[in-house]
Design a protein around this ligand. Structure first.
Ligand SMILES: *Cc1c(COP(=O)(O)O)cnc(C)c1O
Length: 389
């Protein structure tokens, strides 16, 4: 109680929080001040991808803290080079920029796309518009809010940035109509996360990539939520059979230390030149050490296979519950449609019963740690079933 009072007195009330003070975590369970355990199907919004205090991850971050914790980007560190090389090997992108969050990774992508067009077509072409999809979510900065295709986010903070156009997801004619010569990029989430766990149709995605390639329009994939193994492949683009010019990562890629990454292909990897972009904390050694530990583990074929198998197991078990109408999503990114219950009410009841889950629009959303065990899945789902029935 003391913590919550102190917290509310001094921290801005920008979030609706559950009355839970987390003190530590073990495996896939969070433990509160009173020693009460919560099975975590939310992973801090898909961020604690190896659960709490994974030994290899914690050892790597602690060792780095004892070696060098920060350098600024005037100097080099081995751990940033190693992390970048590993990501490059796993994703096929040669070059990347490091920031600290999803929004920052997307800011980088937006700047990169605009400069690509500026360099190639000149200022007078005014080829700076970026198409984003209705119901998308790209972050909380002014630029990424402007990119976000949901009106509920477009309040208070006027003026928003110009240069963003919304097209409907899975409607290729709408996209084609809006892809004029003012457009420099199209930005998508393969599975809209905050928008309700809605995967894009494969046909739509492949047609989108074709149209963009014909018009020299860059495709930006916001994989902040879907990337780093979450959906069962390291990048979700692999499942769609496409390679975006730019992919952004954040959330789960460093297992709980803040990082944002903007990956660029050979077409645009040299656009951001000396002095055009930067970030004091970007590529911070602690973040890179955590990231390297995550990617070393998650990129293994067996580990990715397990993510898919566990996703299927979730679907099967959820499908047997009376209240579940259907399950959307890929891998361990799951959106549960409920027949009659309200998702946020169920979420609250789960919390009271020792299970942490999330919502996205009117669905229950599960983003469990990628190394969750079958026993933990069973125990968590048993709580969910009891709560719903
Ligand atoms: C969470 C999220 C972001 C924003 O990431 P932050 O780290 O909160 O800035 C952007 N895009 C998608 C798809 C996300 O899920």
């Amino acid at each position: 109680m003391e913590t919550i009072e102190k917290f509310n007195r001094h921290v801005m009330t920008t979030y609706g929080r559950y009355p839970l003070v987390l003190e530590k975590g073990e495996g896939r369970s969070a433990v509160d001040e009173n020693g009460r355990e919560y099975i975590d199907f939310g992973s801090g919004i898909g961020t604690n991808s190896l659960g709490y205090c994974d030994k290899d991850w914690a050892d790597a971050v602690c060792a780095q803290a004892r070696a060098v914790q920060h350098t600024s980007n005037y100097y080099y560190t081995k751990v940033q080079a190693d992390f970048a090389a590993k990501l490059s090997q796993v994703t096929g992108y040669d070059k990347m920029f490091f920031g600290n969050s999803g929004a920052e990774a997307n800011e980088c992508a937006i700047k990169l796309a605009r400069k690509y067009s500026f360099d190639k077509y000149g200022k007078d072409a005014k080829r700076y518009n970026i198409i984003t999809l209705v119901n998308s979510f790209h972050g909380r900065t002014i630029a990424t809010l402007s990119a976000t295709g949901q009106d509920t986010f477009h309040n208070y903070f006027f003026p928003f940035l110009e240069g963003f156009i919304n097209a409907e997801a899975n409607n290729i004619n709408d996209l084609r109509a809006k892809l004029d010569d003012t457009v420099c990029a199209v930005m998508i989430e393969f599975v809209q996360g905050e928008g309700g766990v809605n995967p894009l149709d494969k046909d739509f995605v492949q047609e989108l990539f074709k149209l963009c390639a014909e018009r020299d329009v860059l495709v930006i994939a916001d994989e902040v939520q879907t990337g780093a193994g979450r959906t069962g492949t390291f990048l979700t683009s692999e499942q769609y059979g496409v390679k975006p010019n730019i992919t952004t990562l954040a959330k789960g890629v460093a297992g709980g230390v803040p990082v944002g990454i903007c990956l660029a292909d050979e077409k645009c990897s040299d656009v951001l030149t000396k002095g055009t972009h930067g970030s004091t904390f970007g590529g911070n050694p602690l973040a890179c050490a955590g990231g390297l530990a995550v990617v070393n583990k998650v990129s293994q074929k067996d580990f990715l296979g397990e993510i898919n198998a566990k996703g299927e197991y979730f679907r099967k078990k959820l499908g047997e519950m009376n209240e579940v109408e259907g399950v959307d999503g890929l891998g361990l990114m799951l959106g549960i449609r409920l027949k009659s219950r309200d998702a946020s009410e169920v979420c609250g009841k789960c919390f009271e019963n020792g299970l942490l889950v999330l919502t996205a629009k009117n669905k229950l959303r599960l983003l469990p740690p990628l190394n969750i065990t079958y026993d933990e899945i069973d125990r968590g789902l048993e709580i969910l079933r009891r709560v719903m029935e």
